[in-house]
Write a protein that binds this ligand. Structure first.
Ligand code: KG4
Ligand code: ZN
Length: 340
């Protein structure tokens, strides 16, 4: 039984996962409302709020799982990448709890968590598979030969897909986080109303979203405030279509290049309804099976950290007492979860 904790950004999360990948509980205390008025996550506010919530969220995860602390064999925690102050709350908490109970600690990579979220539950994905991770901070395609590691095949050269949604939403005067707002508004708009660029940098599998964001900025300016507001749904639908087209094109290219029959998606943007529908139809046409986890396993959560912990070497006491949080992904050589 693994108790997992995740505090890399603005969600305070705890979960209980078994060694076999059964999900016993996953609790998420979102700080969304606290950051909304600033139009983005304020790191210092996030850290303080994690500190206030972590005890209760963890107790809640144990209670929902109907598991006592004495049944927990290891504590897993996100050690990076993310906001350093926010990460430190989870890491310190996990170290303290593990040390007090004499348990092992598993330091997990947040992105590894998104990559292996689909290995949880009654119908787990099996390697090898292709994984599209699209979140607020990262966007990449990875080949997973074994869930202990992943090889990045292509990634965004500038903005992450979630960032494109958040910045686009802001230009349209929508709230934060922008992805769900654009998703909702796009349903009543015409995705062909505006022509936005589908950038495909180079011949490989890399992506780029900064030009798209700039194109929206100019379009909104050209239209003027009143017209832009009136046509908000059309703008949102056309913009979302451009993001989805870019992600889908690279995913198809990666499936072909790698000859893989299984696709998993993860990260907050994997919650997008148009992306999910598009990838499902692409997979249906190609005889590829798609694992699109429930929304609460796509956006940040601790269950995926419990999943990553199943494939990460635990650290014994007292080795982990010197464990530090890392704001940025470690380089390829050090990263526990990459291309081994
Ligand atoms: O994985 P995540 O919860 O946190 C990070 O690791 O970054 O991803 C958050 C991102 C935000 O940019 C948010 O706008 C986006 O995921 N997002 C969505 C949707 N739900 C969340 N983007 C598009 N459509 C959605 N339905
Ligand atoms: Zn994430």
């Amino acid at each position: 039984m693994i108790l997992a904790v995740e505090t890399s950004c603005d969600d305070t999360c705890a979960a209980v996962v078994t060694r076999t990948g059964e999900l016993r509980s996953s609790r998420i205390a979102s700080q969304g409302v606290l950051h909304e008025r600033y139009g983005g996550v304020v790191p210092e506010i996030a850290s303080r709020r994690h500190l206030e919530l972590i005890d209760a969220v963890t107790a809640d995860a144990l209670e929902v799982a109907d598991v006592g602390l004495d049944e927990i064999e290891a504590v897993a925690v996100t050690s990076g990448p993310g906001l350093i102050g926010a990460l430190l709350v989870g890491v310190s908490f996990a170290k303290g709890l593990a040390a007090a109970r004499g348990l092992a600690l598993v330091a997990c990579d947040h992105l590894h968590g998104h990559v292996v979220a689909s290995t949880l539950g009654p119908d787990p994905i099996e390697a090898p598979y292709l994984c599209l991770v699209a979140s607020g901070g990262h966007t990449f395609l990875a080949r997973v030969e074994h869930p202990a590691s992943y090889e990045i095949l292509g990634q965004t050269l500038d903005d992450a897909a979630g960032e494109a949604f958040d910045k686009g939403a802001r230009l349209l005067g929508l709230g934060y986080p922008g992805g769900p707002e654009v998703d909702r508004l796009a349903r009543s708009g015409d995705p062909r109303a505006f022509d936005f660029p589908r950038s495909a940098p180079g011949d490989g599998l890399d992506l780029s979203f900064s030009g798209l964001k700039t194109a929206l900025l100019y379009r909104v300016r050209d239209l003027g405030e009143t017209a832009a507001r009136q046509r908000r749904a059309d703008l949102a639908a056309s913009y979302q279509r451009a993001v989805v087209d870019a992600l889908a094109a690279r995913t198809v290219a990666a499936l072909d290049a790698e000859g893989l029959q299984r696709l998993a998606i993860g990260g907050g943007v994997a919650a997008n309804s148009e992306l999910r529908a598009r990838l499902q139809s692409i997979c249906d046409q190609r005889g590829v099976r798609l694992w699109a986890p429930p929304i609460e396993l796509c956006t940040d959560n601790a269950a995926m950290i419990g999943a990553a912990a199943r494939f990460t070497e635990p650290m014994p006491y007292p080795t982990y007492l010197s464990l530090d949080a890392a704001a940025r992904p470690a380089d390829e050589a050090q990263r526990p979860a990459s291309g081994r």
